[in-house]
Design a protein around this ligand. Sequence first.
Ligand SMILES: NC(=O)c1ccc[n+]([C@@H]2O[C@H](COP(=O)([O-])OP(=O)(O)OC[C@H]3O[C@@H](n4cnc5c(N)ncnc54)[C@H](OP(=O)(O)O)[C@@H]3O)[C@@H](O)[C@H]2O)c1
Length: 338
Amino acid sequence: MSEAVNNQILLSSRPVGVPTRDNFTFIKSSIPEVNDNQLLIRTLYLSVDPYMRGRMNDQKSYIPPFQLDQVITGGVIGEVIETKSSEFQVGDVVLGLLGWQNYSVVDAGEVQKIDTNIAPITTALGVLGMPGMTAYFGLLDIGQPQAGETVVVSGAAGAVGMLVGQIAKIKGARVVGIAGSEEKVQYVTEELGFDAAINYKTTPNMQLALEKACPNGVDVYFDNVGGPISDAVLSLINQGARIPLCGQISLYNSEKQDIGPRIQVQLLKKTATMKGFLVTQYTDRYHEGMTQMAQWIKEGKIKYSENIVEGLENVPEAFLGLFTGENTGKQLVKVSDC
Ligand SMILES: NC(=O)c1ccc[n+]([C@@H]2O[C@H](COP(=O)([O-])OP(=O)(O)OC[C@H]3O[C@@H](n4cnc5c(N)ncnc54)[C@H](OP(=O)(O)O)[C@@H]3O)[C@@H](O)[C@H]2O)c1
């Protein structure tokens, strides 16, 4: 095995504005020895996520920046192909924060086994993984949608957004999605049961379109995107509205500080709560979230979609596609066969 080539993707320069393929370099390395209590893992699927854009900047945040000329890391599903740990067997499928590469050697404690009987393994990076938990806890813990209320979600056809809308429907809310294409609008309304959806790329006046789609105002706004879309939604919030601040993808590539309306007066007058959250705040409750999501999938109440690109060589494009909306649902890259 040690003669096998490990293709790896490094961050070779920090993006300024929108990242390009030139920010990434491919190299070939040999695979390190597997020492006691370590595993050799072959990458099956890897996840590309919007938060990775923030890690490409050299700035202090809730997670350290990627280092230049180092392998980029993220959520990976892999198969154990060599083990020096009594807790893992060859053939186990595992989840971990591993590299954008074909093979990883890690300490056994760095990965967890995936139960392959519950659902297809890819769901460990999507509906039953980090994005699923983000939707579940962000909406239910902070948004607290009630029957009859109006919930608006931006990034509505993405990994998190499509689940937020469906969970809100389960709770009896009226759900309005905002997404970037006619296909996505159609998908969330016709396939996922959202009550209405707006294509922000073709709608000339978001404020008017939202007023029409939300005749009773907005009780919960699950914000995935920020910027002018969120400004328009926030102008329509009701008394006591809740606003889970999940992401601000429209700003991740901004080169200058974003300046928008001052919303404090609106929050004050409406006695509204806007709360930023990180899914990692809920790790001790993941079991609850995963059990419930798995149950809803089984009952047909939650559908999910995955956009799977093939080949390690296409990881940069898959990542860049998040910022142009190429994906419907969770964006994954299949690196090798199970
Ligand atoms: N707080 C947390 O712990 C946490 C955890 C996971 C994710 N997040 C955040 O949640 C958001 C969604 O993440 P995800 O993994 O589910 O990604 P995703 O929605 O599957 O993919 C990103 C989507 O964002 C939309 N987008 C890109 N640029 C945009 C822009 N300028 N304006 C409006 N929409 C834009 C695109 O869809 P369109 O075609 O609709 O434009 C794209 O498909 C991100 O902001 C992410 O950072 C936060």
